[in-house]
Design a protein around this ligand. Structure first.
Ligand code: NAP
Length: 291
């Protein structure tokens, strides 16, 4: 492998370590940061992500409140759980674990959240602030995965300003907000947001200095699509169950051969996933600091 490995596990541990003193300072002021999660259904990926978020909270001394509803929960039951989290004083920030089961309107549910407690930065008020805030400081939470991606690039010294970034995938949690974040003044990337209707994706990727793959198609990004020396961050996750061991293996969107061409590579697993969780902890602490 020739690419420098962008290690999300180590970077996430550093980010969490930087929160320790801030959490202690909050507690000294009598403010106890608390993370809430709302999970509907039993998707194996979602169950594992929610468990990880509570493990991180516990490690940092952040209170955590977990609300789990069955796959069959009605829209009224989900709405009631959201109102409950809005009103729970022990919860200073919370997330609705996405995706919600089919039949539940995700955007309508996100809109019901108290924007001040939106730890994922996905409430329309906070996304709107990201759209409006082309320059200057933002005093609202940023979506965790895009924020984690920018943080990883910065910490590994990958230049972003003026560079051509191709983001593959226009989903709510990664692609769409990432384009907004990376084109803010001070970050200054030129972003191409590609998707399933993009004509000649390989050609778009070949012209990129930085490639972010957030699709969910294993091995989509091939080695001969990547400009030598480019930074490639794999975000896509496909869970493949091993019938013998019963354990799930995570496969990313980036073909393993890309490691021989790219200058930097953030792998799956061990890359953007752990950083997403660390940025969630950071958002919970920041929300408590705003109280
Ligand atoms: P999503 O909403 O389903 O979006 C997937 C995107 O990929 C869509 O924009 C789709 O295009 C595009 N796409 C599908 N097939 C394509 C192809 N062959 N070529 C180009 N684009 C294609 O998913 P998401 O929520 O954004 O998540 C994307 C992936 O990232 C998933 O695998 C998810 O598990 C992973 N993820 C990881 C983290 C993390 O922390 N590591 C966080 C969030 C998500 P259309 O819009 O045209 O359909």
């Amino acid at each position: 492998m020739t690419a420098v490995r962008i290690d999300g596990v180590a970077t996430a541990a550093t980010v969490r370590g930087e929160l320790v003193d801030r959490i202690a300072a909050l507690k000294a002021r009598g403010i106890h940061p608390g993370l809430g999660t709302l999970l509907v259904g039993a998707d194996p990926g979602s169950l594992s992500y929610v468990a990880g978020k509570h493990r991180d909270s516990l490690e940092l001394g952040i209170e955590s409140v977990r609300v789990d509803l069955p796959e069959t929960a009605t829209a009224d039951e989900v709405r009631a759980a959201i109102i409950g989290l809005n009103e729970n004083p022990a919860v200073t920030g919370y997330i609705i674990q996405l995706p919600l089961p089919a039949g539940l309107d995700e955007n309508a549910m996100l809109e019901l959240m108290d924007p001040a407690k939106d730890a994922d930065g996905l409430h329309p008020m906070n996304l709107g602030r990201l759209v409006l805030g082309v320059a200057g400081e933002l005093h609202s939470p940023l979506p965790c995965t895009p924020a984690g991606i920018v943080e990883m690039l910065r910490r590994y010294g990958v230049e972003i300003a003026g560079k051509r970034v191709v983001v593959v995938g226009r989903g709510l949690t990664v692609g769409r907000p990432l384009g907004l974040l990376m084109t803010r003044k001070g970050i200054d990337a030129t972003v191409v947001l590609a998707h399933s209707r993009t004509v000649d994706l390989a050609d778009e990727v070949r012209r990129a200095d930085i490639v972010i793959a957030a699709v969910g198609v294993p091995g989509l990004i091939k080695a001969d699509w990547v400009k030598p020396g480019a930074a490639v961050l794999d975000v896509g996750i496909t869970r493949v169950l091993n019938a013998e061991t019963g354990k799930a293996k995570l496969i990313g969107d980036v073909d393993p051969g890309v490691a021989e061409v790219a200058g930097f590579l953030s792998p799956v697993p061990g890359g953007v996933g752990p950083m997403t969780r660390a940025m969630l902890m950071s958002n919970v602490v920041e929300a408590a600091e705003r109280l």
